[in-house]
Design a protein around this ligand. Sequence first.
Ligand SMILES: [Fe+2]
Length: 220
Amino acid sequence: MTAICLARPVELIEAKTTAIIDELIDSLPDPKQLTSEDRRGIIARYSAVLEGNFIYWMTAAVIACKAERSGPILLDNLYEEVHDCHPQMMRRFAIAANAFPTDKDAWAVHNDLTNVRLFMGQLSPVKSVLTMAFFEGFIQKFMTFLADLAAEQGSTEMEYTDVHGVCDIEHTAGLFRALDAEISVTPQGTDEDLFEGVTLLRTLIEQIIWPRSEMCNNLG
Ligand SMILES: [Fe+2]
């Protein structure tokens, strides 16, 4: 009880974020039990979201952040994304697993992807940085599963999963340091839902893994 009272806000937020990530990871299906089309679909929808949006959303977080300490942390992350060309790494991974996204894969995530895009457009400093901290933390823990899916599909191209299983540990820690800085500059009202972006992104991730069938037919 005492420890909880003395904990800084960012520590409580990080603990809650980690719990959400772990819940998602613990609920992942066994790649061996999935059909080949299920495995292809997960890689394809993940790729459809990640390739074109990760750098875009991290850029939104850079634009949104207000604390002096945050900028260098987020820019360092962006530098690596651009310098090492992570979108190409992602694309190579998907192609090697015969899972380059089709129009159907893109439509399957369309609505939930749009929701996250519009949220990031609000440029809320604390919520944006928290959303990206959640994203980095999730990606790092998701890599083993993603690599297993690709291996089951017969791929040996694992640079994307190898790189992100390691570098995102430091990136996630950095993002929580940035979150701490943002909270100190922009205190949140008690009625604010700090996890608004996390919830939207979690819904998108769930759609990647367990696509609701009606979404595939929703072309509007
Ligand atoms: Fe990356």
